[in-house]
Design a protein around this ligand. Structure first.
Ligand code: ADP
Ligand code: MG
Ligand code: ZN
Length: 622
């Protein structure tokens, strides 16, 4: 958002202008007061010829001097501007009266008087802004009201139409916020027993989960004014501006209570003080202090609730989370399957859906999607159906949209050479067959060798049917085997193994490391948490160095254990594929011919699921 340039009040300019006029006029008239006349150059020449010139001073084009006799007006001092000698000669030959003006003219003279003081004023303004101080002290606050103009940009939204019905899948957060709505509706009733509502509530969760939506819904439900700002708006280059904006915002809000102040991305201004040594730190500190002061200061009986949102609560200044400030945190997390169904219901309500569309199925395809992702999905599906020229949106549009969002846009134009295509086909078929062969793994939705996005040359879409919060050791080992299926198939092909498995290997290694380091699942290393989970949101902690919590010997053991798990998983995948070599060959051939195989076509390839007994006990070296 472009900030309007802070303006000086017009009166200030008038004062300065007047000052300069007086000074300038004074100087000009001072120059004239000695009784000096401006004469044409021709006149000067004739005085010179008559020998009447007593002395002259030449500065640039201008000649000043005195005459021996007074001129008709009584002056002896004169000034004139030189005319080039040649021209003067020919002019005087013809008896023409001639004179000149200085090259700059009167305007330049005037400017030369005005520009330097203007520069001075500029410097003064800059200095007073930079050093003015937070509380608007002295000159900064008295003469120039820079902070004020901008805070007024936050206008209250008095008629918010959003209600809790527009937000789904975050029932716990809604329940907590219901209380706030009640309070805002009937503040007197709440105060009856001396209870007071929390001043500040912090909505915490990943982007797109509906934090902004929830805050608006609270205002809509309570029917109160809604002030929406962003933490970044308070962060200014000039010290004190952000603080005065905070002050003005609360002042304004007090006038319209009951109301809600919503500060999105609170982390932009509420970063722990002294956390980063970048410029503007003073400013942020002052703004934050002002916010703290405002939250402490306002009367408990005034019905103002401050809602704030962040996806990085761990970097907030601890002072912000203290009692009486944002002491209540509401987690707004990614929705689970039933939550996704409810959110889809909201976003699909206005769309024309085909008979085969089941919210249940779409929700099953989209674990991990946020509310915003689902809203995007609904729109993508509608776009696909429209492009198809269809009457209504069919299930295929939704699966298409999911694929598009998940795996990036199809790039049909990307051409693989036949040898690469064959390797990719075996690789993907390897994943699919291993998954089919191990009972209880997530079902395969689709196998494809159509290149997608930037990295993937092909893909195997394996989607969990339920959201999982716990995973067994066995399941993790199964997952690793499926991930290794690609490399296993390439190995069986007998040619060189390819770089295509890099991503699979990275994922499998993560699982193996987790099992060994965090979940105590390796018998060799015992039930010890050798490492703890990295930071919760956006991996904040991960950026910092953490002390290692094990000895060198253990480090060696860990490496060995992780490697053994990887090798076992690969061996298991190879074992499965070797037992189904013909299915692998047929499947790869099919894939090469048709490019994509759906869930229905896969079991045909592998009629007998391999039973679990044939897989070696992973982790126990045999
Ligand atoms: P956040 O502020 O958490 O980043 P938003 O509230 O801005 O997320 O959500 C963006 C959009 O995504 C909303 O306008 C809404 O259309 C959709 N959305 C997100 N979460 C939900 C939800 N829980 N229920 C319904 N719609 C949602
Ligand atoms: Mg938001
Ligand atoms: Zn792979």
């Amino acid at each position: 958002m472009a900030a309007p340039k802070p303006q000086l009040p017009p009166s200030i300019w008038l004062v300065f202008l007047a000052l300069f006029m007086v000074t300038a006029l004074g100087l000009f008239s001072g120059g004239n007061s000695g009784g000096s006349s401006v004469i044409p150059y021709s006149q000067f020449q004739s005085y010179l010829d008559q020998g009447k010139v007593k002395d002259v001073t030449v500065s640039g084009d201008t000649i000043r001097g005195t005459l021996t006799d007074a001129m008709p007006n009584g002056n002896t001092a004169f000034s004139t501007v030189q005319v080039p000698a040649e021209l003067a000669g020919s002019l005087s030959k013809h008896g023409v009266e001639y004179s000149a003006v200085t090259t700059g003219g009167p305007l330049a003279t005037l400017l030369s008087w005005i520009v330097p003081p203007l520069l001075f004023v500029g410097v003064w303004i800059f200095a007073s802004r930079t050093m003015g101080g937070g509380a608007g002290g002295g000159l900064g606050g008295g003469l120039f009201s820079i902070g004020r103009s901008r805070a007024k940009l936050v206008t209250a939204e008095t008629d918010v139409k959003v209600t809790f019905d527009d937000v789904a899948g975050v029932d716990e957060a809604k329940a907590e916020l219901h209380e706030i709505v009640d309070f805002l509706k009937r503040p007197e009733e709440f105060g009856r027993l001396g209870a007071h509502i929390p001043r500040g509530i912090l909505l915490v969760g990943p982007p797109g989960t509906g934090k902004t939506l929830l805050a608006r819904a609270v205002a809509g439900e309570a029917g109160v004014a809604f002030y929406s700002t962003n933490g970044a708006e308070f962060v200014e280059m000039f010290v004190g501006v952000g603080a005065s904006r905070v002050r003005d915002l609360f002042e304004q809000a007090r006038g319209t209570a009951p109301c809600i102040i919503f500060i999105d991305e609170l982390d932009a201004l509420g970063r722990a003080r002294g956390a980063s040594p970048v410029t503007g730190q003073d400013e942020k500190e002052q703004t934050l202090n002002q916010l703290l002061a405002e939250m402490d200061g306002f009367d408990r009986s005034v019905a103002i609730v401050v809602l704030a949102a962040t996806n990085r609560p761990e970097i907030l200044d601890p002072a912000l989370l203290r009692a009486g400030r944002f002491d209540r945190q509401v987690l707004v997390d990614r929705p689970d399957k039933s939550g996704r169904i409810q959110i889809l219901r909201i976003h699909l309500a206005k769309l024309k859906l085909g008979a085969d569309v089941k919210l249940e199925d779409i929700a099953a395809l989209t674990p991990g999607f946020t509310g915003a992702d689902l809203a995007n999905l609904a729109n993508e599906a509608a776009v696909l159906a429209t492009r198809r020229g269809a009457e209504s949106i069919a299930m295929e549009d939704f699966t298409g949209a999911v694929e598009r969002i998940v795996a990036g846009l199809e790039k049909k134009s990307r051409i693989l050479i036949p040898k690469e295509r064959r390797i990719v086909a075996y690789h993907e078929m390897g994943h699919a067959l291993v998954a089919l062969a191990i009972p209880g793994t997530d079902p395969i939705q689709k196998v494809s060798i159509i290149p997608r996005g930037i990295g993937a040359l092909g893909y195997t879409l394996q989607r969990p049917t339920d959201d999982r919060f716990l995973m067994g050791k066995r399941e993790l080992e199964d997952k690793m085997a499926v991930l290794m299926g690609g490399r296993a198939a390439e190995t069986l092909l007998g040619e060189d193994v390819s770089t295509g498995a890099a991503d699979d290997l990275a994922k499998a290694t993560d699982i193996a490391r987790g099992m060994v380091l965090r979940f105590g699942m390796d018998s060799g290393l015992g039930p010890v948490a050798w490492d703890t989970e990295p930071g919760q949101f956006l991996d904040q902690q991960g950026a910092f160095w953490r002390p290692r919590r094990f000895s060198d010997e253990t480090a060696h053991e860990i490496d060995t254990a992780v490697r053994r798990r990887m090798e076992d998983a690969l061996a298991r995948a190879i074992g499965i594929l070797r037992a189904h070599r013909d299915a692998l060959d047929r499947g790869a051939a099919d894939l090469l011919a048709r490019e994509t195989l759906g869930a229905e076509e896969l079991p045909v390839l592998c009629p007998v699921p391999v039973d679990a007994t044939m897989s070696p006990e992973v982790g126990q070296p045999s």
